[in-house]
Design a protein around this ligand. Structure first.
Ligand SMILES: [Fe+2]
Length: 344
């Protein structure tokens, strides 16, 4: 009986195991490092499926002076890094976080309405078009923009707030108080462009002064810039289908239809992103099923292919499939011959 159910589970795995959209699996937060980090999980609440390198925060008619934040993401060696998600939120021109009832009861509620996400481009550049925030009313705290980094498939953490050199509240004492150097310095010197828009630059150094930041060699690299890749004699040029695999990288909570408890999945890139590995554990009645898989795209057959093996038997299971237009849902089909024959 158990064997039969497990086989059915494999069917579900093949059909449901690679779905980067809401559905049977939900994207779960990357591990939070640099603790303590109050409300850090809020960075994933409302995170859009589609991101741009320049994100807009707030509506066009948001009261306040317009401000453009620009920056470049680099690693500890100074290499520009693409594909890093930067999250920012701040007060309005009255120094308040205007609450968003859509997130009532969730961590993001306290982050207010003026929040957004940008993803670093091929040159590591990102930015936010927003308004200049004010400091809290009846407070001596300097005005600030909260900033977080999400390194997809690796970790997330907050970095030093943006604070403004021309803010009268940013006294020498306050500067010392808020100078942690997380992700590099957050102090910026605002200037105005020809149209009067405030311009500030907040560059980011990944992992800088972040306790518990994972070493890259241990946990797989995030996407690298072309310039960095070209430095290598083994520079990898991924196909669009291979790039789709990065959608699935990360830590996931796994639900399988007919199985009461939820499981846990870790998906990591290997060989420069050509393939991904899947390590899964799922409580299945009184049996903890575990499986491991490798998934890639077969350029010759124009199909995704995967191979899995588990702790339920001594055979391997393979299947192939196609992605939908978004590239975020891959449906596998295959056949397993064991105790009985299963087709999915
Ligand atoms: Fe704040």
């Amino acid at each position: 009986m158990i064997r039969s159910n497990i086989s059915c589970l494999l069917v579900c795995l093949a059909a449901c195991g690679l779905n980067a959209q809401d559905g049977n699996t939900d994207r779960r937060a990357e591990p939070i490092v640099g603790l303590p980090c109050e409300d850090c999980e809020a960075v994933f609440e409302g995170l859009p499926d589609s991101l741009t390198s320049i994100a807009k925060i707030g509506p066009n008619d948001e009261p306040g002076e317009r401000m453009h934040i620009r920056g470049t993401v680099r690693d500890e060696h100074g290499n520009t890094i693409s594909g890093v998600i930067v999250y920012a939120y701040h007060t309005n021109a009255s120094g308040l976080y205007p609450l968003n009832d859509d997130f009532k009861g969730r961590s993001a509620y306290r982050h207010g309405q003026l929040r957004g996400w940008a993803i670093s481009d091929d040159q590591g550049k990102f930015g936010f078009d927003t308004i200049r925030p004010a400091g809290y009313p009846d407070s001596d705290l300097p005005a600030h923009v909260h900033m977080h980094v999400i390194e997809v498939g690796r970790c997330t953490y907050y970095i030093d707030d943006i604070m403004f050199d021309d803010d009268p509240r940013l006294t020498r004492q306050q500067r010392q108080r808020f100078s942690f150097g997380r992700g590099g310095s957050g102090f910026v010197s605002p200037t105005r462009d020809q149209s009067g828009i405030w311009m500030v630059t907040r560059d980011i150094v990944l992992g800088e002064k972040i306790p518990g930041y994972p070493k890259r060699a241990e946990q797989g690299d995030p996407p690298k810039s072309p310039s960095e890749s070209n430095d290598s004699a083994n520079a990898i040029k991924l196909t669009p289908e291979q790039k789709n695999l990065s959608f699935f990288v990360g830590t996931w909570e796994l639900s399988v239809e007919g199985v009461e408890k939820k499981g846990h999945a870790e998906i990591q890139p290997i060989l420069g992103g050509r393939f991904i590995t899947e390590d899964v554990k799922l409580p299945f009645g009184d049996f903890d099923m575990e499986w491991h898989g490798v998934i890639g795209h077969n350029e010759g057959k124009k199909q995704y292919s995967g191979i899995w093996f588990d702790n339920a038997d001594n055979t391997t299971h393979s299947s192939s499939g196609e992605a939908d237009e978004s590239g975020r849902v891959i449906t596998f089909r295959g056949e397993q011959v064991g105790i009985g024959k299963f087709i999915w």
